[in-house]
Design a binder for this molecule. Sequence first.
Ligand SMILES: [Zn+2]
Length: 410
Amino acid sequence: MRIIMRVTDSDSLSLRSGREASNTETLDYIPGRNVLGGLAEAHTLLRSNPVQFNKFFFSEDSTFGNLYPALFIGDELQGNEDPVLPLPATAVSCKRFAGFTFDEEDPLTNPHHGVYDTLIPWALFALSGEQRFDLLSGLRHCSHLSGCSEAIDRFDGFYRQNRWDARKIGKSNIRHGLRTRTGISRQTGAVAKGILYSRETLGPCMTFWGNATVRTDQFEAFREFVQEASAAAMVRFGNNRTRSMGKVVLDVDKASQEDTEDSLAERIQQFNQAFQKQALSANLTPHHAIYVPLTLISDVILVDRLLRYQTQIDTRYLQEVWGLHGGELVYQCNSTRSIMGWQGLLRLPRADEIAITMGSVFLFSFAAPLDVQKISALLRLQEQGVGIRRREGFGSVIVASPFHWEVKGQ
Ligand SMILES: [Zn+2]
């Protein structure tokens, strides 16, 4: 069953994105692998119960998603059940006054000129054989009512949308800190001369939101364990946990709303209505019956049969793994990054992996309307995720994210 995990308070966290000594930056979220590692460590220290350990952390149903920063302005973006998600790579805003208008705090000193999703115009441009540059003309400069004509730039980070009112949408604030440390000599165990280094931290006093899945019959016991570990200040996430860092207050709850085949089909329909409407106003006739966007909400590690890393989700993957025949990839907005590997048990590095970055968007077309089997396959794809290491939060995808047709200058 799907559950919600919320960090309601935190120490400074260090979540290194690379192992090079020169890399002092932290990630802006808590990766699922750190959530799994931190909770597994707390369980080992608190309870000597290998049977329960396996049921909680290594059953077929156990997955631990990323926890995304959840510091939002305004009461309407505090809904515990409203997801926090990475912004799609297709989101753009004014380069100078970037931001959603809803979470604009002070229009005089820090105006927000609104956020736009560009998936539909870019996809129409692709469908025009990349000939119709007029379709992209509105994406070059800010069209805010104030007469601003600054350049447009990618808008990244994490957002939350109020489930009852789509116009209420905001970007999470992120608090960074800096910790300066002395190095410890391996020979003497004392402070090493001349070694002083700084690391960027996330927080303190940050809140985070994410998903996990546990065995249904284990939910109550799992919640009890998390409450006990949290109260005993034993839940710690990230690197440098021995240096009074990484402690969090964690809460878990049941997730009430799950997608169904009907709700998914409805969203695909809504996306296609918006798509056809914009195509019509641009005098374009899309050749395909239906279009389905897949938006990555965590990094995805996808390998082919020869274990080669993939840099995109393609039609062959949809066909071979999910039985989704007849698809065609018409547009993609994607990037990749390297994921640092670490063998916690052996305290040794392991090979880095290549992931398709969260926020990447893939638009597929189908020649015929989607039948029940295809909708059902898309729902399973969304529920089960894509690629490997899904237990550690990789591979989460939304089918037909409303962001792509709802966010038009909010
Ligand atoms: Zn502007």
